[in-house]
Design a binder for this molecule. Structure first.
Ligand code: NDP
Ligand code: 2IT
Length: 447
């Protein structure tokens, strides 16, 4: 590895050894841009690595709210404003009990390079809270969101920082957050994306991450003269990203045989068709139930409590769309042994470093989430553009733009990887292409 990269990485690993997810994401990025650093001494001279791994601003705050029993509840809220060299901070909010500084720093760090790859002018940020929306009434979720925004509003703005959804934050939460923001500042700003269609949202934003992931997988497969027709596809998760990855993969001729939630997974050898896709959306977005209920409704499917899909059966294409580190070395070994040819990440960092290395060394197509799940934030960027113009595009227009952006990201990653001698290495290519633009902007802007 390049000596400068090695020095910075050793320092980060020692200094932040209590932030494992953040260290993992930095290790992946810094470890994979070695050849770029060898070829470009100005990055070391300008101390770009030392600067890019420290958030420009980290905000932590108290979120007090009152539950349905009238009891006080306190959560911790965060916003990591990581890097604004190429545009206002942009990135989602995650509400999940596991949320901590390490997880949000990893997500914010990834977001810098992802947003750079979209070709749109967006810096990197992430936020959220250790609040668990599961089992809460709509009123409790609203009380929490309003309290969260009563602090966050002072730190965000249409040209400053524009949050959106992530795990546990969907249309309902964005609505409550936007309603409170608007009431406080008395201005209809484009300060959040993922908004409802009636109040400033963009068509195809709900579908964008899942669709974009499948568009990306399609481009990767095309480099080996393959497509999705009749492929067996395993998806994990059953939330926003998974739901629309299943829809698009099915549109393109694939048979999706799995999905999951944090309690377990289902395998459906008949394929998750349009009726079953609608059932999952109703189950997860309206009833807020468990994926076990899928197998109760469609008894030819099998439910596996406490299991992930990867080792249960074979597939051609794997789309991990749930959460970080949900595909480990044993899962990777099973995928390879069972003939999988492509792993395309819909979630952020779902594959562990060891699993990624194993998959790459066995010559499978592998795409890092920062490239293949960038369709969500890219379409958030398109929502901001539409808001700024005070008009909205039809679904075909947004979907076309999304599709072209995914093709461009694929080609940018592949070309950057080819430039440094490893055309199939999408991890290296995505990190180099994403990093180079931000690093050059940082130099242009001075210290
Ligand atoms: P949702 O909250 O809509 O869905 C998350 C899904 O993942 C649910 O099925 C959830 O199960 C499951 N899940 C969450 N945590 C765990 C866990 N610890 N173990 C197993 N399963 C888990 O979130 P999204 O679909 O929006 O996000 C999924 C992934 O995609 C995340 O990594 C997110 O960062 C990433 N992403 C999202 C984008 C977006 O636009 N929404 C854009 C780019 C990336 P359960 O219901 O049981 O919690
Ligand atoms: O991880 C991500 O890219 C997201 N959660 C979407 C962020 C956004 O601003 O749309």
């Amino acid at each position: 590895m390049n000596q400068y990269a090695q020095n910075v990485l050793s320092d980060i690993q020692a200094r932040y050894n209590n932030e494992p997810e953040f260290v993992q994401s930095v290790t992946e990025v810094v470890g994979s841009i070695s050849k770029l650093l060898d070829a470009t001494p100005k990055y070391e001279k300008n101390k770009i690595l030392e600067r890019i791994v420290i958030p420009e601003r980290t905000i932590t705050f108290q979120v007090p709210w009152i539950d349905d029993k009238g009891e006080f509840q306190i959560n911790t809220g965060y916003r990591i404003q990581f890097n604004s060299a190429i545009g206002p901070y942009k990135g989602g909010l995650r509400f999940h009990p596991s949320v901590n500084l390490s997880i949000l720093k990893f997500l914010g760090f990834e977001q810098i390079f992802k947003n750079s790859l979209t070709t749109l002018p967006m810096g990197g940020g992430k936020g959220g809270a250790d609040f668990n929306p599961k089992g809460k009434s709509d009123r409790e979720v609203m009380a929490f969101c309003q309290s969260f925004m009563r602090e966050l509003y002072r730190h965000i703005g249409a040209s400053t920082d524009v949050p959106a959804g992530d795990i546990g934050v969907g249309a309902r939460e964005i609505g409550f957050l936007f309603g409170q923001y608007k009431k406080i500042v008395n201005s209809y700003d484009s300060v959040l994306t993922g908004k409802g269609l009636n109040w400033g949202g963009s068509l195809v934003r709900p579908e964008a991450t899942g669709y974009g992931c499948v568009y990306f997988a399609f481009e990767m497969l095309a480099t080996r003269n393959q497509d999705l027709e009749n492929k067996r596809i395993m998806v994990s998760g059953s939330g926003n990203v998974a739901q629309f990855a299943i829809v698009k993969a099915t549109h393109l001729g694939g048979k999706v045989i799995s999905c999951s939630d944090s309690n377990g997974c289902i395998i459906d050898e008949d394929g998750i068709d349009a009726e079953k896709q609608a059932f999952i959306r109703e189950l997860k977005n309206v009833k807020r139930g468990r994926i076990r209920e899928y197998a109760e409704r469609f008894p030819r499917a099998k439910y596996y409590e406490g299991k992930r899909p990867w080792q249960i059966t074979s597939c051609d294409v794997a789309l991990p769309c749930a959460t970080q580190n949900e595909l480990d070395l044993d899962d990777a070994k099973a995928l390879v042994a069972n003939g999988c040819i492509c792993v395309c990440e819909g979630a952020n960092m779902p594959t562990t470093l060891e699993a990624t290395q194993y998959i790459q060394s066995n010559k499978l197509l592998f795409s890092p989430g920062k490239a293949s799940n960038a369709g969500g934030v890219a379409t958030s960027g398109l929502e901001m553009s539409q808001n700024a113009m005070r008009l909205s595009w039809d679904a075909g227009e947004v979907d076309n733009r999304l599709h072209n952006i995914m093709i461009n990201i694929h080609n940018a990653a592949r070309n950057a990887a080819a430039e440094f001698g490893e055309p199939d290495n999408y991890v290296m290519g995505a990190n180099i292409a994403g990093f180079r633009k931000v690093a050059d902007a940082m130099i242009d802007l001075g210290i």
